[in-house]
Design a protein around this ligand. Structure first.
Ligand SMILES: C[S@@+](CC[C@H](N)C(=O)[O-])C[C@H]1O[C@@H](n2cnc3c(N)ncnc32)[C@H](O)[C@@H]1O
Length: 304
């Protein structure tokens, strides 16, 4: 394994729970089998989302193979399009960017809602020929909607309103090429996190970043898709973590610390009491109540 020097790949989607701000803290807890020796050959990210840690690692380490799982089919489509069709995607995104930036704010807003309808019209149509325009629309909407959120209604239609950005970068061509490179030895799989188990061996490192348990009764940022990630799912995840440990793979898991809200909530401390638990500082802006932004911790669990 060697360090590679190239244009640094970064997440191409803004994603709730994105780990960008925590990377320098997470770095300190990476296993030495990855950072000091060449033992780790396979990397797994079973809750891919924006993939912040995957891209950060792929700029630094040369894995033989990465396995990236995500349950949201739209995200998977976008990653696969960048993996195999990046020139066509860039062409389409550039067209959208040029049009959008040439408009007044009122026209931009109307354009946004037209494209949102166009994107939703593709719903449930899994036709390969549609993947480039549909991925371009998803990236466009992500860069121009309110707060870069991804939210769908009960019919599965994307319903985030227009966001008033002055000069959004809709087509970051250099980054899309860097992401394309980073994905060349990756398998992108639309499936449940537990499916990773079949590939785990003692040369594997897994990073789990599951949907958060709600940080308060009013904030429900754990519904990324129609799937609900409740405490029963957190227990199933713990079983998967145990299985990786049994297969002698290395695993790291992060989650919002429930003690941010209730100091007596020992959910993760109890669940992972057999493993090493650390706490990181995470100032997340997801909570719109200013005085709750202060001392927010992220919990980190490791089996090494
Ligand atoms: C906290 S986000 C990951 C954020 C990511 N680490 C980043 O940096 O952007 C969790 C992701 O897990 C996905 N997800 C939810 N349930 C899942 C499941 N059962 N299996 C795989 N992925 C799932 C969600 O769609 C979401 O994209």
């Amino acid at each position: 394994m060697h360090t590679i020097v190239q244009q640094q790949a970064r997440p191409f989607l803004k994603w709730a729970g994105g780990k960008g701000q925590l990377l320098t803290q997470i770095e300190q807890y990476l296993p030495k089998e990855l950072t000091l020796t060449s033992k780790i050959k396979k990397y797994f990210e079973p809750f891919l989302g924006g993939g912040a840690l995957f891209f950060w690692l792929s700029n630094r380490f040369d894995f033989e193979k990465s396995y990236l799982y995500e349950i949201n089919p739209e995200i998977v489509m976008c990653y696969k399009t960048i993996q195999s069709d990046v020139p066509k995607l860039i062409k389409k995104l550039k067209e959208l960017e040029t049009q959008y930036l040439s408009f007044s704010e009122t026209k931009r807003e109307a354009f946004f809602y037209d494209l949102r309808d166009e994107y939703n019209a593709y719903l449930n149509r899994k036709i390969k020929n549609h993947f480039v325009p549909r991925s371009a629309l998803l990236i466009f909407l992500n860069k121009t909607c309110f707060n870069g959120l991804y939210r769908v209604n009960s019919k599965g239609e994307f319903n985030v309103p227009f966001g008033r950005y002055k000069n959004p970068t809709i087509c970051d061509e250099d980054n899309l090429w860097a992401v394309h490179e980073a994905l060349q030895r990756a398998e992108i799989i639309e499936d449940d996190f537990a499916q990773c188990l079949k590939h785990i061996d003692d040369e594997s490192f897994v990073y789990f970043d599951p949907p958060y348990r709600p940080i308060s009764s009013t904030a429900s940022f754990n519904s990324y898709s129609k799937n609900i990630f409740d405490d029963a799912e957190q227990l199933r995840l713990k079983e998967t973590f145990n299985e990786i440990n049994n297969k002698e793979g290395l695993a790291m898991l992060s989650n919002s610390d429930p003690k941010n809200i209730d100091p007596e909530d020992h959910f993760f401390d109890n669940l992972y009491h057999d493993y090493r638990i650390e706490r990181l500082n995470a100032t997340r802006m997801i909570n719109c109540n200013a005085d709750k932004r202060g001392d927010i911790k992220e919990i980190l669990v490791m089996n090494y």
